[in-house]
Every structure is written in C-alpha cells, then in structure tokens.
Design a protein around this ligand. Structure first.
Ligand SMILES: Cc1ncc(COP(=O)(O)O)c(C=O)c1O
Length: 404
C-alpha cells in the first residue's frame, strides 16, 4: 500500500470544514493589529493575552540572551544544557506561583506528556499497585496524551463530567475503599473552548478529603487570571492549594515557547530524574529563557498590563452581548460568540476578516455539533479604538447576515 495515497484519501474524507488552512498567514509580528493579505486587521484570535509577544522589553531581553548566552545549547538539560539562567527562570516561576520548585520543558505539551507517566509507571517501592487519575472531560489534548502513556495494567483512567465537582465526588466516594497507591485529579485551570474556569475551590476540598493530588494545567490562566496574574487559583482564592501546576511560556508569558511543571521540591526533583521529555529532549534556548524572565518581571512590575487585559475583556464582553450576540458568560478573555452551525461561523469569520477583524471559528468535531462559534480572545495589546473597530465590524457583519 502506498502510504501517501492512504493519507491523501483520508484528507479527502475529512470534511472541508475540518481541515486547517493557512491562507491567512500573518505578514507581521503578533499584536493588537496584524497584517494579513496586505491589510491591517484587529487580532482577536491569539493567546497573546498580555501583548508580550512583540513587547520591546521582552524582545530586548531575548536579544541580550542571544548575545550573552548564544543561540542554542545543543544539549539536553542534564548534560550541558543547563545555564545559570535556566535555574534562575525556574526560581522566578516558583516565587511567582508560590511553589517550592519548578522544572522547565520545551513546551507545556511536553510537560503534560511527562508528568503522569513519570509517576504512575514507576514502582516507587511497591511491587503491586494501582493508581487512579480522575480527569475533566474537556481537558486539553496534552493531558489526555500524557495519560495515554500510563500503563493500563497499573493506572485506571476515569473521566468526570466537565467542571462537575459533584460527579467527581461521586466517583471518589465510590472508590474510597479501593486500595489505590496514588489518586490524582487532573484539570485545566481554564478551558480553552469555553473560557470557563475549573471549580478549583471544590476540587481542592475533594483532593484533601480523598487524599488525592490536584494537578492544574493553567496554560490559559497564568498571566491572565487573578489581580496579579497568578492564575485561576488566584482568581478563585485557592493559591497554595494546587499540588502541581503545568504552565506555558507560549501564551501570556511572552508567547514564544516553553513550558513547566511547578510544585513541591520533592516532586520537581523527582521529575528531573524521571520525566522523559525533560531528560531526552533539548534545553530551552537562552533567548527564550531571558525573554520569559523579562515577561514575568514586567507582569509584576507593571500592574497596568494585567489590569488593561481585564478592563478590555469586561468591555468587550459587555459590548458584544449588548449588540445582541450570544456569548458564554464568564470573566476570561476567551469569549465564545455562539453561532450554531459551522457554515455560519465559517462565513462570519471570512466576512469579519474582510471587515478588518481576524477571528477564528470552532466547529464540530472540536466542539459539539450545533455549537459552532467564533472564539474571540482579548488582549492587553488592544486599544479601545481597536476594540471599537472590531465591535463595529461585528455589528455590520452580524446585521448583514441576519444574526442580530
Ligand atoms: C490547556 C493547555 N495546555 C497545554 C497547552 C500546550 O501548550 P504549549 O504550546 O506550551 O505546548 C495548551 C495550548 O494550546 C493548552 O491550551
């Protein structure tokens, strides 16, 4: 069988709506306004929540990192891939999240893939054991893939309904007499399709009551949620109750690449010995390490950045709902504008681009059938003028399509 013919046939079977296209590649840096097909359009589709992707302070730090520490390290961390700056960034993240220690990865995807199997596939002094992981139904693909690497002989994987602490509690209660070695609750802090937050206070209580470890992937929370950007736990008043965080340096914090796990000193020290994507994959490049440190410093020094993100979000949420669009209520800069059918979301996204707004749609199979939407993502990089320009385009296109 010709493998290329096989995959080409599969591509043909995929519906037009399900294939990724790159006709709208950016011709500029990321920002509140970007250049696409030669035109300046308002960007409402990036994870550049704090506007740091092209921030002069962050870029300067990246250049200084490049000059002083070189382009790359040509090594994994435990050989010659650790510079003092890697250790400094790890300390900075721990101080920021109020954890004991942090370990860097090439991405948050890698961090999630590393975490679960590093714990569950090792005997840790046991000859016979079973571990259990309770995972939110809508957790990110990297959490799911991470759990797929856990050996099924020793790991039970259970799903609880999305953000449903009562369902989780029922399962924990039903399992309470099982002789599990490790119990884990795994959740995204913020769910990227809906912009909703995990019920961390309830999850924290359940974790404590049932002796479970609480793992929170706060990729869309850190730098975004809470008055000082410390994430979902800060916003919900549960800082200090998360056992292990996964986080990314590829969204609010600079937006280039890199991820981390952060938690107790024992857990992180263990991960340095057992996390395979850390041990067997290259170290983060110095420019990214230095820029990430500058991004954390900037976030802490200039409180107006996160404040502006929150103000922009509140403004956009109020105004878009005021125009008559149905959005999923909440506080997060991810604002899903619900449209129903995939064809409507596709047409609206294309028309908005013509009207000067870059926004992406989500439809089946990414979200359930009939729940197609445009996902707006608000940024501190957007000025009030940019937001108003986007809102007036929404009004114009929404009216012409008979949606509002
Ligand atoms: C919840 C969540 N976790 C992890 C990731 C992966 O992050 P990274 O790009 O750092 O691999 C993403 C990115 O889409 C995400 O949304």
């Amino acid at each position: 069988m010709d493998i290329n013919a096989l995959v080409a046939a599969e591509l043909q079977r995929l519906e037009e709506s399900q294939t990724f296209k790159y006709e709208t590649a950016l011709q500029s840096a990321q920002g509140g306004v970007v250049k696409v097909k030669g035109r300046d359009v308002v960007m409402l589709a990036s994870n550049n929540y704090l506007g740091m992707s092209n921030h002069p302070v962050v870029k300067k730090a990246a250049l200084e990192g490049l000059r002083k520490y070189g382009y790359g390290l040509a090594s994994v961390r435990f050989l010659t891939g650790t510079q003092t700056i890697h250790l400094e960034l790890e300390k900075k993240i721990s101080r920021f999240l109020k954890t004991q220690d942090t370990i860097l990865f090439s991405s948050s995807f890698a961090a999630n893939v590393a975490f679960f199997s590093a714990l569950t596939n090792e005997k840790l002094g046991y000859e016979q054991y079973t571990d259990v992981i309770y995972s939110d139904r809508l957790n990110h693909a990297s959490i799911i893939d991470g759990q797929r690497l856990c050996k099924p002989e020793t790991t039970e994987r259970k799903i609880y309904n999305h953000c449903d602490a009562a369902d989780l509690e029922r399962q924990l209660e039903a399992d309470k007499d099982n002789n599990y070695r490790i119990r884990m609750i795994a959740t995204d802090g913020v769910f990227s399709m809906e912009g909703d937050l995990a019920p961390l206070p309830r999850l924290g209580q359940l974790a404590k009551r049932y002796g479970a470890l609480l793992f929170v992937d706060d990729a869309h929370g850190i730098g975004v949620c809470g008055a000082t950007g410390r994430g979902t736990a800060e916003q919900l008043g549960t800082l200090g109750q998360v056992d292990v965080y996964a986080g990314t340096l590829g969204k609010a914090i600079g937006g280039a690449a890199g991820g981390f796990l952060s938690g107790s000193k024992e857990m992180i020290a263990y991960m340095r010995q057992k996390a395979r994507p850390y041990i067997f994959s290259n170290s983060l490049p110095p420019s990214i390490v230095c820029a990430s440190m500058a991004a954390f410093d900037l976030l802490q020094k200039d409180r107006s950045i996160v404040r502006r993100l929150h103000e922009n979000t509140a403004y956009f949420r109020k105004e878009i709902a005021g125009l008559g669009f149905r959005i999923i209520d909440g506080t997060h800069p991810i604002v899903p504008v619900m449209l129903g059918e995939a064809a409507v979301a596709q047409e609206m996204s294309a028309r908005l681009l013509k009207a000067g707004v870059y926004i992406k749609g989500l439809w089946f199979p990414v979200v359930p059938k009939g729940e197609a939407r445009l996902r707006a993502q608000i940024s501190a990089a957007l000025t009030r003028k940019d937001l108003d320009r986007a809102l007036s385009a929404f009004q114009k296109v929404g009216t012409s399509m008979g949606l509002i």
